[in-house]
Ligand binder design. Sequence first.
Ligand SMILES: Nc1ncnc2c1ncn2[C@@H]1O[C@H](COP(=O)(O)OP(=O)(O)OP(=O)(O)O)[C@@H](O)[C@H]1O
Ligand SMILES: N[C@@H](CCO)C(=O)O
Length: 321
Amino acid sequence: MAVYTQVSAELLADFLARFGVGELVSAKGIAEGVENSNYLVETTQDRFILTLYEKRVSAGDLPYFLSLLDHLAAKGLPVPPAIKDRNGNAIHELAGRPACLIRFLPGVSLSHPTPAQALAAGKAMGAMHRAVADFDGFRENSMGIATWQPLLDRCGDSLNQIAPGLHADIAFALGDLMATWPAQLDTCAIHADLFPDNVLMLGDRVTGLIDFYFACTDLRLYDLAVMHAAWSFDATGRDYDAAVGDALIEGYTRHYPLSDEERAAFDDLAAGACIRFTLSRAWDWLNTPVDALVTRKDPLAFWRRLRVYKPALAARLESLS
Ligand SMILES: Nc1ncnc2c1ncn2[C@@H]1O[C@H](COP(=O)(O)OP(=O)(O)OP(=O)(O)O)[C@@H](O)[C@H]1O
Ligand SMILES: N[C@@H](CCO)C(=O)O
């Protein structure tokens, strides 16, 4: 589920009246996603996504996310801009939460992408990075490398309930990575969470890039590394699908050929992605009650991916033995 905040039909009808998008016909809570509350809203004119922003998205960051979406949409990228009301406002408050009415995009999120779909998605990321060359918004990465040690400290020894030795192993891997992190590479506005469920497709065609709520300024190639780590494994993180991983990189290079320096740095960046998602999932794992309605995502599924990006390091870790 991801409907944390309920919106009554009366409230929603009043809300829609601000936009001139027709009368409310139906509204259904969307089960997918864990971060925000999402409704599929149908009016007499069109379909929309209503998003109410929950714990991880701060209202102060919304202008950055929306201006990035507007910028990308203006360049023809398949992203969903927020609809402006009659007064030109896109950011609203509804049922006590910041809220936006967002353009509905066709397509479905993939659970098992094929190499052909990965090629198209890699190309879409390359096109997105080209399109932000003249975007001047800036947002610090709130889940960037500087935050991993503090998050590790906050998780503390409880990590060892997830796997024996996990706390010390993450500390060791992070220390190793900090020494070689390629901070000198190019930066730009990145998505930072382009998992398969954030790409909508019809067949092999990308119809939507969604969920920009971790977007920020960070290493351009880190975005591709996050995508590679998210797309190229089975759900347990044990089986690596090299054909999917190679296709992503191949698609990306149609827009942005990788230099030798970037290719050499890629495994470090992907190992960083493994640590970032292990830690954020571990935090949620340890802090979400077992009986909560939200499905907890397995932190070890990301930790195990380290075996592909850092085999020698992984072989030394108790939690991966
Ligand atoms: N603009 C859109 N057009 C069509 N469907 C959308 C759109 N935005 C979201 N959706 C649908 O809503 C679902 C949840 O959206 P989203 O991934 O943004 O939620 P979230 O709670 O932020 O999720 P996550 O856990 O991935 O961070 C998507 O999987 C998709 O099915
Ligand atoms: N994509 C993240 C969830 C946060 O958006 C994960 O799978 O851990």
